[in-house]
Write a protein that binds this ligand. Structure first.
Ligand SMILES: O=C(O)[C@H](O)[C@@H](O)[C@H](O)[C@H](O)COP(=O)(O)O
Length: 292
């Protein structure tokens, strides 16, 4: 089949390649003309035959919204838009309604796999009406990993991004657990080769996983991670997971703590620990450390 793909960055560029390898025709558009097959969204839509499928793979928020605004004007009834970016799931219903007003279908799709997806396949979680999903199915089949699993029609519009959001919340907590265990192992003198402990865990243990494999890769590059600063950003999915948990009164202590650990990583000094030190000093005369 033919697919229009908007956004040819780290994810979109590799996805174009994987879909082409499966024998489909992909026309890619990107603001960076060096990456693009066509020079505008108008040209992209004009060159596709109907029913057109356009996969949007641009950053969440304004870039996705403005792309959908333009596609709503350019596409025709029966066409389908897929949002494969990391959009907040609450945006999906708005996008579906905006496009449905023009007779255009909408499917939201959470995509996992990062830079490894080209070779390993991308795990896909999608939401939308069965007839819209069916139109896109050959592309899902091309992108997904080989084997029985790795893709799911999770439910209605929004369900794909909701499932991906929860996946990312789990990702935060798993990474945090490996990181905490690693720090503790590094701290004690009796363990002389932490990297080999991690490597040994890759087989046979209860905690083997792809994230563990990647941790071993990272330790092979830099055994004590000495070249890195202990600073971690977040792109929003962890926050949205915690917000959804609050909306539904679902306790998420591990995921919430792992999100907050990232916030703490961005502080040079901890304002709240200054207050704790000050209070211990006030009530108990406990020593405080003064700034030089
Ligand atoms: O499944 C995946 O491939 C990852 O979850 C990916 O989609 C993730 O969004 C970013 O790599 C970083 O996310 P954070 O910036 O929130 O850590």
């Amino acid at each position: 089949m033919e697919l229009g793909l908007v956004g040819l960055g780290k994810m979109g560029g590799n996805m174009r390649e994987r879909i082409r390898r499966a024998g489909h025709t992909v026309l890619g558009y990107d603001r960076n003309a060096d990456l693009a097959d066509v020079h505008s969204l108008e040209e992209l839509v004009g060159k596709l035959s109907g029913p057109r499928v356009v996969w949007v793979m641009v950053p969440a928020g304004e870039p996705t919204q403005s792309t959908i605004d333009q596609l709503a004007e350019l596409l025709e009834p029966g066409d389908v838009v897929v949002d494969g970016g990391n959009s907040r799931w609450t945006d999906d219903e708005k996008h579906a309604e905006q496009l449905a007003a023009k007779g255009i279908g909408f499917v939201d799709c959470g995509v996992s796999g990062g830079v490894w997806g080209l070779e390993n396949g991308y795990a896909l979680m999608y939401g939308g009406a069965p007839e819209h999903v069916a139109t896109v199915q050959p592309v899902f089949d091309a992108l997904k990993p080989e084997g029985d699993f790795g893709s799911v029609h999770a439910g209605k519009v929004g369900a794909g991004h909701f499932a991906k959001m929860v996946h990312n919340g789990i990702e935060y907590a798993m990474m945090q657990a490996y990181a905490e265990g690693w720090e503790l192992l590094e701290k004690v003198d009796s363990v002389t080769d932490v990297r080999e402990v991690f490597r040994s865990w890759q087989e046979g243990t209860v905690i083997r996983s792809w994230l563990l494999d990647l941790a071993v890769n990272a330790l092979d590059d830099d055994e004590h991670l000495a070249g890195l600063r202990g600073y971690a950003q977040d792109s929003g999915e962890g926050r949205w997971t915690v917000e959804a948990a609050i909306d539904h009164a679902v306790p998420l202590p591990a995921i919430t703590a792992s999100l907050f650990a990232r916030f703490a990583s961005r502080q040079e000094d901890s304002p709240q620990m200054k207050m704790i030190a000050a209070l211990r000093n006030q009530f108990g005369g406990h020593a405080v450390e003064k700034k030089p």
